[in-house]
Design a protein. Structure first.
Length: 153
């Protein structure tokens, strides 16, 4: 696993991303999201955006810096879990918020980018503290274009 921080290169949003990319799902004690995507790349990126939409209002997060993440896992669900967990870890340890994501999935390897900025309590209203990404109810189905994940709060 690797990551690095650099000034962001802005990428225009494809028209395909203007439709519903994720939604919050009900869970008794925790919170979850259902992400949608026409490819594994889009599914992973939309899930990351969905997770960060629970943490803060993404409209206030400027994509001024960029991190790069490279991961490998034994299967797609574990890769999905590691991707979200790594982003959450960087958010917590580096005090960063992300609002824009790209992921490139090849087999069980990921090269991803997240764009955002340092938390500014004057501009960013933090909503939820996510403690962990869980395996409970984890679904990653690129063929159907859907993934579901529960977060421990």
């Amino acid at each position: 696993m690797e990551f690095s921080w650099a000034p962001a290169k802005l990428h225009p949003r494809p028209a395909s991303l203007l439709r519903v990319r994720y939604e919050e799902i009900e869970h008794t004690a925790d919170v979850g999201i259902r992400a949608y995507g026409q490819s594994s790349d889009e599914l992973f990126a939309n899930a990351a955006e969905g997770m960060f939409s629970l943490i803060a209002d993404l409209r206030s997060v400027k994509p001024v810096g960029e991190i790069e993440i490279r991961l490998q896992a034994e299967d797609r669900p574990t890769l999905f879990l590691r991707w979200l967990s790594e982003l959450l870890y960087i958010h917590e340890t580096q005090r960063l918020l992300f609002s824009s994501f790209d992921a490139r999935i090849v087999e069980t390897s990921l090269e991803g980018r997240a764009r955002g900025e340092a938390i500014d309590k004057g501009r960013h209203e933090l909503k939820l503290v996510i403690k962990a990404v869980t395996r409970h109810g984890l679904t990653v189905d690129p063929e159907r274009g859907i993934a579901e994940v529960i977060f421990d709060i």
